[in-house]
Design a protein around this ligand. Structure first.
Ligand SMILES: C[S@@+](CC[C@H](N)C(=O)[O-])C[C@H]1O[C@@H](n2cnc3c(N)ncnc32)[C@H](O)[C@@H]1O
Length: 209
C-alpha cells in the first residue's frame, strides 16, 4: 500500500467514524455528549497525564471510536495494560477492529470496579475518561467516580475532559483535589483537561463494600 493509499484509507475511516458518532448523538445526545470524535490535540493532552511508572492498568472510559485510545498507545501505553470501556456496541466493535491486543469491554462505566475485577484487574494506574459527566444522571456519576477511585492506586490519577468552564466532578462531595491541566483550544469545541486525585481524608470505598 502506498502512503497515498493509506492516508486515503485513514481519511475514509475517520469519515465513517464521524458519521457513526453523529448518528449515535442524534439518537442519544446526553449519553454521547459530543457530535464528533475528539481532536488529536485534546487526545494527546489527556494521554500526557498518564504516569506509566504507577503500577496498574490504564483504564479508558467512554472510548467511543478510539481518538483517545490512539493517543494513549502513541504515548507508550503497552497494549496489554490498556482496558477500554464503551457502552455502545457499534463503537465497541470499531475499537476491537481498530486496536487489536487491547481489552475492549462493552459495558457501563457505572459498573467499572465489578467489570474490571471480573477481568482480573485489581488496581489502575490511571482512569482516562471522556464520559459526558455533566449530562449523565447524578447517581451514575457517583457510581463512576467512586468505582474509579476504588480501583485507582493511591498515586493514580483520574483524567477527564469537559467542554464546560468548571470541574465536571464536584470536588467536596468526592473529597478530591483537581488540577486544570490544559485547554485544547484547537478542539471543536475547545475543551479543558482536568486531573483528579484523592484528598488525604478521601474515604476509599472498595466497590460493593
Ligand atoms: C464524548 S464521547 C467520547 C468518545 C471518544 N473517547 C472521543 O474522545 O472521541 C463519550 C463516549 O462515552 C460513551 N458512554 C456514555 N456513557 C457511558 C457509560 N455509562 N459507560 C460507558 N460508556 C459510556 C458514549 O457511548 C461515547 O462513546
Amino acid at each position: 500500500m502506498t502512503s497515498h493509499d493509506s492516508s486515503h484509507a485513514s481519511g475514509a475511516r475517520r469519515r465513517r467514524e464521524a458519521a457513526l458518532f453523529l448518528w449515535k448523538w442524534l439518537q442519544a445526545p446526553t449519553r454521547i455528549g459530543a457530535i464528533w470524535p475528539s481532536g488529536r490535540s485534546l487526545a494527546r493532552a489527556m494521554a500526557a497525564e498518564v504516569d506509566l511508572a504507577v503500577p496498574g492498568a490504564i483504564v479508558e472510559l467512554g472510548a467511543g471510536t478510539g481518538s483517545v485510545t490512539a493517543a494513549l498507545l502513541q504515548a507508550g501505553v503497552p497494549r496489554g495494560r490498556l482496558w477500554a470501556v464503551e457502552r455502545d456496541p457499534a463503537m465497541a466493535a470499531v475499537l476491537r477492529e481498530r486496536f487489536p491486543g487491547i481489552r475492549v469491554v462493552e459495558g457501563d462505566a457505572g459498573d467499572l470496579a465489578a467489570i474490571l475485577r471480573g477481568e482480573g484487574v485489581e488496581v489502575a494506574a490511571a482512569v482516562v475518561s471522556s464520559l459526558p459527566l455533566v449530562s449523565l444522571p447524578r447517581a451514575l456519576v457517583t457510581r463512576i467516580v467512586e468505582g474509579s477511585f476504588a480501583l485507582l492506586h493511591p498515586e493514580g490519577r483520574y483524567i477527564q475532559f469537559t467542554y464546560g468552564l468548571i470541574s465536571p466532578i464536584p470536588l467536596r462531595r468526592f473529597r478530591l483535589e483537581a488540577r486544570r491541566v490544559r485547554r485544547a483550544w484547537r478542539n471543536l469545541p475547545p475543551a479543558m483537561v482536568w486531573c483528579y486525585r484523592r484528598l488525604p481524608d478521601h474515604p476509599v470505598v472498595r466497590a460493593g463494600g
